[in-house]
Design a protein around this ligand. Structure first.
Ligand SMILES: Nc1ncnc2c1ncn2[C@@H]1O[C@H](COP(=O)(O)OP(=O)(O)OP(=O)(O)O)[C@@H](O)[C@H]1O
Length: 227
């Protein structure tokens, strides 16, 4: 599904954010990405979502080398990647329904098919009854779930989440992670970038750990010994 081959990223000005990164994520796999602030987590997500390009190396989605894409092909590949941001970036003066419908409107969906898909996405995150609300009237956890519904509404096979539980208490974080697990269980590949080592330790998924732009671990995090 996703493959990084010897990927390095140097930002303009010369800062080396990633150095020779290699990993693969299989279809239907759920993986955490962690590391200190500035380790390069967001840079990895930006390379996958084509917001940034690698300086060297290859990023592949479904065996398509992103650096060889023609500009006209970018929207088609990007459609396969649902992105969830920490600050969810909702349109505050539009209803929950309109926020979730946005990716479909951009793709040209209208009428019954659009309504059906928006309702299905809202149902999956448990917010069907809030569709007419404005986001500011929802709790932080609910707003985050609107962001998830928007990311999944066009059924992408790969979901990326950048600190999706960043501002939430442990109970709400668990709810959000259960939403990701539910998508994963129906075959969606999920990559979650997080600082939250407690969350990672509890959930027991493969974890990629970055340190100063290098991958220092790929696997299950060792369980903490009780003290
Ligand atoms: N557009 C940019 N131009 C120059 N340097 C950048 C740019 N974007 C990121 N960096 C630098 O690259 C490094 C890695 O940044 P990145 O955002 O990937 O880290 P991160 O692991 O996601 O950190 P955090 O957890 O704090 O979000 C940082 O030192 C950052 O300052």
């Amino acid at each position: 599904m996703l493959q990084f081959d010897q990927v390095s990223k140097t930002y303009p000005g010369g800062f080396v954010a990633l150095e020779r990164i290699n990993f693969r994520i299989a279809k239907g796999e759920m993986v955490f990405l962690t590391g200190h602030s500035g380790a390069g987590k967001s840079t990895i997500l930006k390379l996958i979502s084509m917001i940034e390009r690698p300086s060297t190396g290859r990023v592949m989605i479904n065996n398509i080398d992103l650096s060889r894409l023609k500009r006209s092909q970018v929207p088609y590949v990007r459609r396969d990647v649902g992105i969830i941001f920490q600050n969810h970036r909702l349109l505050m003066n539009h209803t929950v329904f309109d926020n979730v419908a946005l990716p479909l409107v951009i793709e040209g969906f209208t009428g019954k098919e659009m309504v059906k898909r928006v309702h299905a996405a809202l149902d999956k995150v448990g917010l069907l009854d809030k569709q007419r609300c404005l986001p500011e009237t929802l709790s932080g956890g609910e707003q985050q779930r609107v962001g998830i519904a928007r990311a999944v509404v066009n059924k992408p096979p790969l979901l990326l989440a950048d600190e999706p539980t960043g501002n939430l208490d442990p109970e709400l974080s668990r709810d959000i992670m259960q939403v990701f697990e539910a998508f994963n269980q129906v075959g969606v590949s999920v990559l979650v970038a997080t600082h939250d080592l407690g969350l990672i330790a509890r959930m027991r998924y493969r974890t990629l750990t970055l340190k100063q732009g290098k991958m220092i671990n790929d696997g299950l995090m060792p369980l903490q010994e009780p003290v």
